[in-house]
Ligand binder design. Structure first.
Ligand SMILES: [Mg+2]
Length: 127
């Protein structure tokens, strides 16, 4: 499956081991990735950089994934951005009961951990 070689991803994830794994995975795929360690950092980085995709962990200190997504959508609205960034929630386990809340917060899709490389290839080819 082919995907845009200029993809730029923002990974918002507080777990250092998950950060390392995903950096290596994306490097192997030739995709550029910046890291934010909490939702507040993710919001600030999004306000200053262009990304095709934000992978947003749900559980983070300082500001969680839901609140960060809400604030990112509010920022896009305030600044009149036409293309809203694609936000994928990264979740620890079954989130069937949280999906509604994710969508209401402005998230577009979900991925369950442990994350599988082939799902990233599928996701990237859609962007
Ligand atoms: Mg977390």
């Amino acid at each position: 499956m082919e995907f845009n070689p200029n993809l730029k991803i923002l990974l918002a994830e507080d777990d250092k081991i998950n950060q390392r794994i995903m950096i290596l995975t994306f490097r192997h795929m030739g995709v550029k990735c910046d890291i934010a360690s909490n939702g507040k950092e993710a919001l600030e980085m999004y306000q200053q950089n262009l990304y095709n995709l934000i992978l947003m962990d749900m559980q983070m200190p300082v500001m969680n994934g839901l609140e960060a997504s809400r604030q990112i959508r509010a920022f896009e609205k305030e600044t009149g951005q036409i293309n809203r960034v694609f936000i994928v929630a990264l979740t620890g386990n079954d989130i069937s009961d949280k999906k509604e809340e994710c969508l209401e917060a402005g998230m577009d899709d979900f991925m369950e951990k442990p994350l599988q490389d082939k799902l990233f290839v599928e996701l990237f080819s859609r962007l």
